[in-house]
Design a protein around this ligand. Structure first.
Ligand code: FES
Length: 126
């Protein structure tokens, strides 16, 4: 995958259109259900869940509705395009991630959290 800003957006578009082959590398386990699925290194976590028929909450698939907000309990998740996502720096520091805008960097355990509706991602988390 090309990691320049232009190349990354092009590859991200291909991933969202299903035009990129995915090699599964990491295991995602949902807490507390223990349901698990595999995610490719360059595959968005939400896309992997949908591809494998795993029921996770989502709506917009572009980082704005916050429906897919999860907390990472174990492992490393890399957020992408955080400048356009509705997620605050405080949430990122608290290991919260939007599944539709995140890539796995290890096996992970995640738990669903209830999103607070906010207009500005720079607002603080209470
Ligand atoms: S599906 Fe809307 S923010 Fe992820």
């Amino acid at each position: 995958m090309n990691h320049s800003p232009v190349g990354f957006k092009r590859e991200l578009r291909k991933l969202k259109q299903g035009r990129l082959t995915v090699m599964s590398e990491f295991k995602v386990r949902l807490h507390p259900s223990n349901e698990a699925f595999m995610v490719g290194r360059d595959e968005l976590i939400l896309d992997a869940a949908i591809r494998q028929g795993v029921q996770v909450p989502y709506s917009c698939r572009n980082g704005t509705c916050r429906t897919c907000l999860f907390e990472v309990k174990e492992g490393t998740v890399q957020p992408v395009d955080v400048e356009v996502c509705m997620i605050s720096d405080q949430e990122l520091e608290s290991n919260r991630r939007l599944l539709c805008m995140s890539l796995c960097r290890s096996d992970i355990v995640m738990e669903k959290v209830q999103p607070r509706r906010r207009r500005n991602p720079a607002e603080s988390v209470q």
